[in-house]
Design a protein around this ligand. Sequence first.
Ligand code: TYM
Length: 387
Amino acid sequence: MASEEMVVTPWEVAGEIDYSKLIEQFGTQQLTDRLLEELRKYTGELHIQLRRKIFFSHRDLDWLLEKYRMGEKFVLYTGRGPSGNVHLGHVIPWIFTKHLQDKFDAKLYFQLTDDEKFLVSQNLTIKDTLRLTYDNALDVLATGFDVKKTFLISNVRNVQTLYKVAVEVAKHVTYSTAKAVFGFKESSNIGIIFFPAMQAAPCFLESAISGRNVPCLIPAAIDQDPYWRITRDVAPKLNYYKPAQIHCKFLPGLGKGGKMSSSMPETCIFTTDDPDVAAGKIMNAYTGGRATVEEQRRLGANPYACPIYYYEMFLFEQDDVKLAEIENRCRSGDLLCGEHKASLAPKVVRFLMEHQKRREKAKDVVSECFIDPCDKELQTSLGLEMF
Ligand code: TYM
């Protein structure tokens, strides 16, 4: 079998991922200890996703914190492409975004790209992606965002709020740039060629609405970075600040290698999974263990090749001392894979049960969290009033 080449794009993540190489390839900056120290001044103890270097890279985070220090508040922006059920991987950057919202008392724009997922899918209708927008929005709110400061955007339903900014962006992106960045082909439909302007637009929305420049920070996995490269090139041409980013790594799937991806549902834990079914998936997962118990006792296992260990690290074991213990027991052969799975499964069950309860509650408020298409004040501030 040919060795799998690393591919990281918004639509495909494959091969063994070398995050240091990605920093180089994408031209981003490593999240240094000095910068983490700077963040700690505002957040107190660092979030586990920072302590464990799950968020590992950034663009202009130092600039954004300096602006904040000088009294300029920033908005947060993140999103979801509603192509199916939400899985645990998607929730990782949202949990961190909620932490930032709490600590910096920040407004959040959350985009649901029902246009994108219709345009790239072979089988989803617009009706399907709109239904999934509603469904996935329940997961967004179940993450715990402050509903008073969180503004959901359905690209299809709320297009009139985004479109003005999107066409301003689009005018400054040539087809050849979009093709080079996203790999568009002659056969690509023209909808998806315009789409990057739609994903860029929320970066500038707060500035467009308020009539003054407002810094924007985007927490997301690094697969979304190509969008921000284009957006950052355009920003000065529109007299906006360049949006800042903070990038996370990928939660792996339950199989051998690769990120958690809905295209392999058996290796995914969906937030809507029956908790018992999810526990079964954990028990059937691939691990970094040895072929036999005897070998594992003698040689130990490799936690860094093991999704079960990564689930503890990304989400389920919050205590650093206990996580280090798990790692040591894994490496020494003291902890067998079956035992480890059996201790992770109830944590996953608890997480899902709690998330699903909050998801149900979100049904009462979700429609109010979408940007209101009839909000006259909003339309006027964007210069969209009738002449
Ligand atoms: P989507 O739906 O592919 O992914 C939603 C968010 O989840 C991140 N992500 C992961 N993070 C950790 N581990 C994984 N295995 C994993 N898989 C996905 C993605 O990086 C993303 O943050 N086009 C976008 C939607 C979008 C968006 C945005 C995302 C619109 N505006 C602004 C981030 C920021 C999409 O389809 O995301």
